[in-house]
Design a protein around this ligand. Structure first.
Ligand code: GLU
Length: 301
């Protein structure tokens, strides 16, 4: 079945941006499937970016295994995979721009000097700490809410000064922080809508601020529910220990579609499941709760 594509003024570009800190697991599979089907439904491109900017947390071989799993599932990116580790110059240039504009400042505080609330109290804002490498750099935040309307989760607002404070854009080990790198690279790749797990909903206002301070327009956002254990804790990150058999792509895709509020008929093979997904994908069906207790029996193929 061919559906009419909605007409939009700008070409749609979506992405899946896994960190190679472990194998693909149910949560990342849901983000991959959701971002892929949304890009296809919008007649757009779907890109993959490996967020390998945190060598201490990287698990050897996991980037290649994630890319292999995407291929096995039949999700092929519309362009070269971008490795974030190749973008160090662009990340450094963005940090230099923010420093030059007076929007960022070097910070000499150690973890033990920060309050338990986690809200940075502005200690180094007015101090003249010399920019050294390594050394952390923070982005200045203002009082007042940063708000956006998520396509699934609805309106979300956060006062960064009250909840986070000036936040780190370069870590004390000299590596660019996720909040900075993700913005610089989404802009480089021309991403128009970010589809990802709702565990990142609270990062979005920080990223919108980085976009604005760099003179960029933030993309649109669509956060998908995240699977948690019945007690609310995080699911195991290991694909092969998941209760749904994700090593079989048809089972995994069917489970991801069900989790996202779609109900494919039982027994379809992988190709037919994708056909069904392309024909029936509807953002309005996605549950608008940030977390959902994972119940493998309701997701079985
Ligand atoms: N790399 C992040 C992760 O694997 C996702 C980043 C994003 O989608 O913005 O959790």
């Amino acid at each position: 079945m061919v559906r009419d594509r909605p007409q939009h003024s700008e070409p749609y570009v979506g992405r899946f941006a896994p960190s190679p800190t472990g194998d693909l697991h149910f949560g990342s599979l849901v983000a991959a499937v959701g971002s892929y089907l949304q890009a296809r439904a919008r007649g757009g491109r779907w890109l993959v970016r490996i967020e390998d900017i945190d060598p201490p947390r990287e698990v050897a071989g996991s980037a290649a295994r994630i890319l292999g799993d995407l291929r096995r599932y039949g999700m092929h990116p519309d362009g070269e995979v971008l490795y974030q580790s190749t973008r160090a110059d662009a990340h450094a240039a963005a940090i230099a721009q923010l420093l030059a504009q007076g929007d960022a400042f070097p910070c000499a505080c150690t973890r033990s000097m920060l309050p338990a609330s986690g809200v940075y109290p502005g200690t180094c804002r007015a101090r003249s700490v010399t920019v050294s490498t390594p050394g952390s750099i923070r982005l200045r935040v203002d009082h007042g809410p940063i708000a956006f309307t998520d396509r699934v989760m609805g309106r979300h607002a956060q006062d960064l000064a009250a909840t986070v404070g000036d936040f780190v854009i370069r870590r004390s080990d000299g590596l660019p922080a996720y909040q900075l790198a993700v913005v610089v690279d989404d802009a480089e790749q021309g991403i128009t809508e970010i589809v990802r797990g709702a565990d990142l909903l609270d990062s979005t206002p920080r990223q919108m601020l980085v976009h604005r301070r760099l003179g960029l327009t933030p993309p649109r956002y669509l956060h998908l529910p995240v699977a948690v254990n019945p007690d609310g804790s995080k699911l195991s990150k290991r694909l092969r220990s998941d209760p749904v058999n994700l090593t079989d792509p048809a089972d995994g895709l069917a489970a991801a579609l069900r989790f996202l509020g779609h109900a494919p008929p039982a027994g379809l093979d992988l190709a037919r499941l994708w056909e069904w997904g392309h024909a029936h994908w509807d953002v309005a069906r996605i549950p608008s709760r940030p977390t959902i207790a994972f119940c493998p029996d309701t997701l079985k193929h």
